[in-house]
Write a protein that binds this ligand. Structure first.
Ligand code: PLP
Length: 499
């Protein structure tokens, strides 16, 4: 009897010869299995032994054949067998003892039976709340009338390619390094300059945080500024992306109705910790929040030390006159967080958006960003900065504004002419989509019929929280569709009216 104290096991020297035929079979079978796809012979031997150990075919303390015997059994060279043993010893699977042999050094714990049945995931309460929102997915193809897709067929690709090459040439490997979590400084400067000129936003580059998307900004705000049970006011109907972010933070949602002058401040509601607004162009109806209400809300935020999110998601696309300056420009007490995105003005896969926060919040947001995804891609930030600074951004937006205005007018005319039996448009001064109201209770049926005709018609009813406030309607995206594509899709929808 040989004692092997390291494993606390007793070995019989003859055991090896006894188990050799069994071991031979197990190892040989595993070695020859087609799923053993390791590239080198050595790795194939290693993977054979690892699997034998994990499956329990080889157990802790068990002695393995010498490398010479293993080589003979598996018909490999002795050098390969030696190398495989050395590799597995380095990984902790085996232990080689001079004069004694090679032993399995690891005890595999048998998995206890699962408490829950397989297939039933156990998420955290927060995880459950997130999954139950259904998430927010944007359309991957600009099919008629998917909402929110910009026209990418007119994007100045050649120029973008030129600027990308130029940035790589000029800045080289610097753009390949880790970047500033707050955002690439020249881009922050360009954004601050642009927002100051076009929206009256009062900020410098130190207050700009470059993010992946508005959604990431909303998620960060909800995580950093809301505690479980905090009251949030949000427009009804309103943007699902914002609602879902607040739900994921465990906030208490207080839907506030919207009329022709925007959100109606309601003193009967609990005092909010945060108010979410789309003041320039309410999502989804397109109305603007009037000055009196803006001032009332700003004063309330000051008094209650509440935050206001100003989601200025499409203020670039106003067709009938200029939008009012940003609310942020009227904020004297640092309550407003201003949010914008390049998803519509440039292209969605760019994954760049910006958040302007009061100076005191910058360190918190920057630190939190490091826990999410570190920072946005440096190269694309550099190209975007250059695109803005060389004046191409302003020119591109001027062009898109003209294009989208004519498409909005065309869709409005088409809806009025061909869908008037069931759809009532709500004309808006801007935006990338047109809201149309449907007869009560008919959204689901009409949406199904539209789908059968090959037309996507995003619904409005789901954008209400209060059941009694729900109105049926569609939000028809037009920006990515030519007049011909709009006419063809409206023609399809008109078949619903004709039965
Ligand atoms: C109200 C609102 N905010 C923000 C966005 C932009 O989101 P993102 O930057 O996440 O693409 C959208 C897009 O449709 C929107 O409708």
């Amino acid at each position: 009897m040989t004692s092997v104290p390291d494993f606390g096991l007793i070995f019989n020297a003859n055991f090896i010869t006894l188990i050799r035929p069994i071991m031979h079979q197990v190892l040989l079978t595993l070695f020859q299995q087609p799923e053993n796809t390791a590239v080198t012979l050595r790795e194939r031997v290693c993977s054979t032994l690892r699997r034998a150990i994990h499956s329990g075919a080889l157990s802790a303390g068990q002695r393995l054949p010498s490398s010479r015997i293993l080589a003979t059994d598996l018909k490999i060279s002795r050098v390969t067998a030696e190398a495989a043993y050395a590799q597995l010893e380095a990984e902790g699977y085996l232990q080689r003892r001079v004069g004694q042999g090679t032993f399995v050094a690891v005890r595999i714990i048998k998995p206890a039976p699962l408490r829950k049945t397989v297939g039933q995931l156990r998420l955290s309460q927060r995880g459950d709340a997130i999954v139950q929102t259904g998430g927010c997915r944007d359309p991957q193809q600009p099919l008629p009338f998917a909402a929110g897709s910009p026209e990418l067929r007119v994007f100045p690709l050649k120029l973008w390619k030129h600027l990308t090459a130029q940035q790589l040439r000029v800045r080289g490997e610097k753009l390949l390094r880790y970047g500033d979590p707050q955002g690439y400084l020249p881009l922050r400067e360009a954004i601050a300059g642009y927002l100051g000129q076009t929206r009256g936003v009062n900020c410098d580059a130190q207050q700009v945080i470059v993010l992946t998307s508005s959604q990431q900004a909303l998620q960060l705000i909800a995580t950093l500024l809301l505690d479980h049970g905090d009251n949030v006011w949000l427009e009804e109907p309103g943007y699902l992306g914002a609602r879902n972010a607040f739900i994921s933070a465990g906030a208490k949602l207080n839907p506030v109705s919207v009329d022709e002058a925007g959100l109606r401040p309601d003193n009967t509601l609990p005092v909010p910790r945060l108010i979410y607004l789309t003041p320039a162009h309410h999502y989804p109806t397109g109305v603007a929040l009037n000055l009196e209400r803006r001032l009332t809300l700003l004063e309330m935020a000051r008094r209650e030390q509440a935050w206001i999110i100003e989601d200025d998601y499409d203020s670039e696309f106003h067709y009938d006159g200029q939008p009012m300056p940003a609310m942020q420009s009227q904020d004297r007490h640092g309550n407003v967080l201003y949010l914008g995105t390049f998803s519509k003005t440039l292209f969605p896969s760019l994954r760049l958006a910006y958040l302007i926060v009061p100076p005191a919040l910058v360190p918190a947001f920057t630190t939190a960003r490091t826990l999410y995804d570190g920072h946005s891609a440096q190269l694309m930030q550099a190209v975007t900065a250059e695109f803005i600074q060389q004046g191409h951004f302003a020119a591109h937006i001027r062009y898109l504004r003209q294009l989208y205005r004519s498409r909005r007018d065309w869709l409005l005319t088409q809806v009025e002419q061909h869908l008037k039996t069931f759809a009532t448009p709500q004309p808006a001064g801007g935006g990338l989509q047109l809201a149309v109201w449907l007869p009560p209770g008919q959204e689901a049926t009409l949406t199904r019929q539209a789908r059968q005709l090959g037309v996507i018609t995003p619904g409005l009813a789901a954008q209400f929280i209060t059941p009694q406030a729900r109105r049926d309607g569609w939000l028809l995206g037009f920006s990515a569709l030519t007049p011909g594509e709009i006419s063809a899709a409206v023609e399809q929808l008109s078949k619903i009216a004709r039965g």
